[in-house]
Ligand binder design. Structure first.
Ligand code: G6P
Length: 615
């Protein structure tokens, strides 16, 4: 995710050091804007992937030694490809206002149209640039800099954090936020703002949090906070565990990146859903590149992916067939490449890849294009290799994932693929508009439900403790509960190194049931709907053979609970097709608890790599 650091009355070196400490978040480009004591503003931006901050440091090495006011940014592209002209800070038409921004300005298209009609010229492809022009417009209307930012933020929808400097205000930096973190720090003659505690550690004597819809005026001698209406507020002081070093701060107080990233899942889903509805209420996939006509013409979808992305693809099959009525195959990318698949110009091949670089998926997409099929990729990395080569793209907006075992990216993939299925249903006319609208409304409830499921970690831990010591695990499910079961088994294998098999519950009696014996743990995903009863029958079959049964069941499902030794309760989801992002959460937590009990490094499991660029 993007990172912000700003300093008033500090050194350029502090900003560069702050950017270095934000690098761990993952980024593709970086930049700073500096206002010196003479009231001159200059900008340096570099788009050289993970070398950008180092290059920036070299270019700034001869910068002013005297205190300056400056904002810096590491960018993880969401709107517009990673390039120097899309790197932050962005400036207004006068070049005197510079803005850095994290998050998404949801209504940037309409704001940009309005501003352009008013004579503003846009030079980047980002959503951020509208903020610079909104500030410019408010300044022209007579507002001061804090008032201009407040006016801008009143117009903006979405979740964001911004910091702004102005050439005419060498001692002032203003910042604001909504649903994205921003912290303030004060020290002797220097005040700071940052999106991430790691950038402030050791730099400030006192730390404060900024709340939603508050404006911070950051000056060398301290910070002042107001509401958007200009009323002063006392910022809440933030006390930091004195034992925290840089790494602890980067993990945000979590023990590891995996638990931090699991906690970020509600935001990952919410951000992936942001900005997807047009003014007429219809779904719009802005970055898609393929046209509605292209997609109306397809008569088959083939999803190709690896690992957790493959499981997301399996969920997509149910959604694509049910909602868009388009025959869908799901293939493991490394298998797909060598099976001479039947593809033509009416086939849509959907690659699902967090990194956008996994070689097998990339080659499967290349093969698809050679066969004349349309290639679409669902990726978390803007301008990744797959995103560049495919005909179309949908971005998940989970932010960088550090933990090798995918969590938040997997959930964001499921949601992005469901958006694709609903878009296809809308364009192909297979679902009435009001049904699409109702389902999208339900998708928007998922962040809250996922947060609710995450809040039950203690109960999951207790179940994990009860079965700790077991060596053999089966994960069963049917319908969309099946890919959830596979993902649960994969998580357990990846980080706990325990033998875990995911299986379609109905297939159990054709072999694997022979393996069930006292001591085997069977985790069954009980999805609401037509298959619920059938999964419960399968549960009874394994229980009678001595297995220890754990069920993932919706709150209130006492029948399921009565069949099990342990229950992982989940908040109910009205449409079972939308349930996987919720039901997979207790399984992630379950694997996490068992792995931690075994003392494993959950972020860097043995033998595994985050991005697999070999066959
Ligand atoms: C590796 C990772 C998995 C990931 C898979 C596919 O195996 O450890 O977490 O699901 O690659 O990666 P992709 O970047 O293509 O989604």
């Amino acid at each position: 995710m993007c990172g912000i650091i700003g300093v008033a009355g500090g050194s350029v070196k502090t900003v560069v050091e702050g950017l270095r400490r934000l690098e761990y978040r993952g980024y593709d480009s970086a930049g700073v804007a500096v206002v010196d004591g003479e009231g001159a503003m200059w900008r340096v931006r570099v788009a050289d992937g993970t070398r950008s901050v180092e290059e920036l440091a070299l270019r700034l090495a001869d910068g002013p030694a005297a205190p300056v006011t400056s904002v810096g940014h590491t960018r993880w592209a969401t709107h517009g490809q990673p390039s120097e002209h899309n790197a932050h800070p962005h400036v207004d038409c006068t070049g005197r206002v510079a803005v850095v921004h994290n998050g998404i300005v949801e209504n940037h298209t309409e704001l940009a149209a309005e501003l352009a009609a008013g004579g503003h010229t846009f030079v980047s492809d980002t959503d951020t640039e509208v903020v610079a022009h909104l500030v410019e417009a408010a300044l022209a209307g007579g507002a001061d800099l804090p008032g201009a930012l407040a006016a801008a933020l009143r117009r903006v929808r979405g979740s964001f954090a911004v910091a702004v400097v102005h050439a005419g205000e060498p001692d002032l930096l203003v910042a604001g936020r909504r649903s994205a973190p921003l912290l303030l720090g004060t020290g002797a003659g220097t005040s700071l703002v940052a999106s991430d505690l790691s950038a402030l550690l050791g730099e400030a004597d006192q730390l404060f949090t900024l709340d939603d819809d508050q404006i911070a005026e950051v000056r060398p001698d301290g910070v002042r906070v107001t509401t958007l209406a200009g009323d002063p507020v006392v910022p809440a002081a933030l006390s930091v565990d004195p034992a925290w070093d840089l790494e602890a701060a980067q993990k945000g107080g979590y023990d590891d990146f995996m638990s931090k990233e699991m906690s970020e899942q509600p935001r990952a889903i919410a951000d992936t859903l942001l900005d997807r509805r047009g003014t007429d209420g219809r779904l719009v996939l802005d970055e898609l590149r393929l046209t509605e006509d292209d997609l109306r013409a397809i008569d088959k979808v083939v999803v190709v992916a690896c690992g957790s992305s493959y499981h997301a693809g399996m969920v997509a099959k149910y959604a694509l067939e049910r909602w868009a009525r388009v025959p869908t195959e799901v293939d493991i990318a490394s298998e797909h490449r060598y099976r001479d698949p039947v593809l033509d110009e009416r086939t849509l091949v959907v690659g699902v890849s967090q990194s956008g670089e996994t070689l097998d998926t990339l080659e499967a997409l290349r093969e698809a294009r050679r066969s004349g099929a349309r290639a679409l990729v669902v990726s978390n990395v803007v301008h990744s290799q797959m995103a560049r080569e495919a005909d179309g793209v949908i971005y998940t907006r989970a932010g960088p994932e550090v933990g090798v075992a995918s969590t938040k990216c997997h959930l964001a993939q499921v949601v992005a693929l469901e958006l694709l299925a609903l878009s296809l249903a809308q364009w192909r006319g297979t679902l009435p508009t009001e049904v699409v609208t109702a389902l999208v409304d339900e998708l928007h409830l998922l962040p809250q439900k996922v947060a609710d499921a995450l809040g039950r970690a203690k109960e999951v831990e207790a179940v994990a403790e009860a079965v700790a010591g077991a060596r053999d695990f089966f994960f069963l499910g049917r319908h969309v509960g099946y890919p959830v079961a596979l993902e649960g088994a994969l998580k357990l294998k990846e980080i706990s190194y325990l033998r875990a098999e995911g299986y379609p519950a109905g297939e159990l009696k054709h072999g694997p049931i022979a393996l069930i014996e006292p001591g085997t743990v069977v985790v069954a995903v009980v999805t609401r709907g037509a298959v619920r009863e059938k999964v419960l029958t399968n549960v009874a079959e394994v229980a009678s053979r001595g297995a220890t049964v754990v069920v993932v069941a919706e709150d209130g499902d006492t029948t399921a609970a009565a069949r099990a030794h342990h229950v992982l309760w989940t908040p109910p989801v009205a449409d079972p097709l939308l349930s996987p992002p919720v039901t997979v959460v207790p399984l992630q937590l379950f694997a996490y608890s068992l792995a931690r009990r075994l003392g494993n490094d959950v972020d860097r499991p043995r033998n595994l790599a985050k991005t697999v660029t070999v066959e």
